[in-house]
Design a protein around this ligand. Structure first.
Ligand code: ZN
Length: 325
């Protein structure tokens, strides 16, 4: 018997987050656990299912009773099969998410890409509500995104639409983790910030107020709030790197606007949560300067309203609509 509730789970790089929502997208209960690192996919899948079970139990329900179950993953989902067989960044290969979750929950579980589901949630119950065509940029460890066209999530060939982080915005530019040069992610993401900061501080000797125990020649990541603190203190390498990132994000968003002509652009992710207001003026000037055709006043640029819950909420929307979004 359906009870109007839905379960959505966000599998992130460091945390797994589960929410149970009612029909109005209100969060009834939630649960969080660290993502098992370096474990086989079966173990991660079992941890996701167990967290979901806990969130459901807190809401007084279970797998069998909810309207639907959705899971967001940091990998493309095949729009034909609704399955994810390869999640290269998780080290998964030939592993059917659909099959194992059917076994773990006894239900058909719907999967979606995390960036796509974040934008889906903002469209249904967040900052993009009421708009028709929306694109979203999520600046975190990497640079993710999503596209809604005329009220429908656009997944594209092999589920790879909205990979704004790998749109090439500077031919022959900085090397990206994907192997290409000049991708947006190589300029505006924490991966990019850390890489550039290391060059400026350890190679060129620029002074920084970043704490040595959090940032050193071996650093691979840094907390957004450390960057925010340094930026607000006027730290020269941090300001240079982040202003360049904001400028390049403006270039990327203006290029995407020339292709998609959105009514609304959503900015989100950990870096935006910590530094969105500060980055905005540089981003907006660059966006307006590079925009073609559309009057900048006709494109609403908004920060996420749903914050860290967006992706899990998007998974509940996907679940309620049986994957038809
Ligand atoms: Zn790339």
């Amino acid at each position: 018997m359906s009870n109007g509730l839905a379960l959505g789970i966000d599998l992130g790089g460091t945390k797994i987050y589960a929410v149970v929502t009612d029909k109005d997208h209100h969060i009834i209960s939630d649960a969080k656990v660290n993502t098992p690192s370096g474990k086989p996919p079966e173990e991660t899948a079992a941890a996701i299912a167990e967290l979901g079970r806990q969130a459901l139990a807190s809401a007084g329900t279970d797998f069998a009773s909810v309207d639907g179950i959705g899971v967001a993953i940091p990998a493309p989902v095949d729009p034909e099969t609704g399955d994810c067989l390869h999640a290269t960044n998780l080290g998964w290969k030939n592993f059917s998410m659909k099959k194992i979750f059917r076994e773990l929950t006894g239900r058909e579980v719907y999967f979606g890409n995390d960036g796509n589901l974040g934008i889906l949630a903002e469209y249904h119950c967040g900052a993009a509500k009421g708009f028709r065509t929306v694109i979203g940029y999520y600046v975190g460890t990497g640079l993710g995104g999503g596209i809604m066209i005329d009220g429908k999530l656009h997944c594209g060939n092999s589920g790879l639409a909205g990979e704004f982080g790998h749109a090439i915005i500077k031919q022959g530019g900085r090397r990206c983790g994907c192997g290409h040069r000049g991708c947006a992610e190589a300029y505006c993401s924490k991966i990019a910030f850390v890489k550039e900061l290391k060059k400026k501080v350890f190679k060129h000797g620029m002074p920084t107020c970043l704490p040595a125990e959090k940032f050193n020649a071996q650093s691979r990541n840094i907390k957004s709030r450390q960057l925010a603190k340094a930026y607000l203190a006027g730290d020269p390498p941090v300001c240079t790197v982040i202003n360049k990132g904001a400028y390049m994000l403006g270039v990327a968003a203006a290029s995407a606007a020339a292709i998609i002509a959105p009514d609304c652009i959503i900015l989100g992710g950990g870096v935006i949560s910590a530094l969105g207001e500060e980055m905005y003026p540089v981003f907006k000037r660059s966006f307006d300067d590079h925009l073609f055709g559309i009057d900048p006043a006709k494109i609403q640029i908004r920060f996420t309203e749903l914050g860290d819950s967006a992706v899990a909420l998007g998974a509940t929307v996907l679940a309620r609509r049986n994957g038809k979004v």
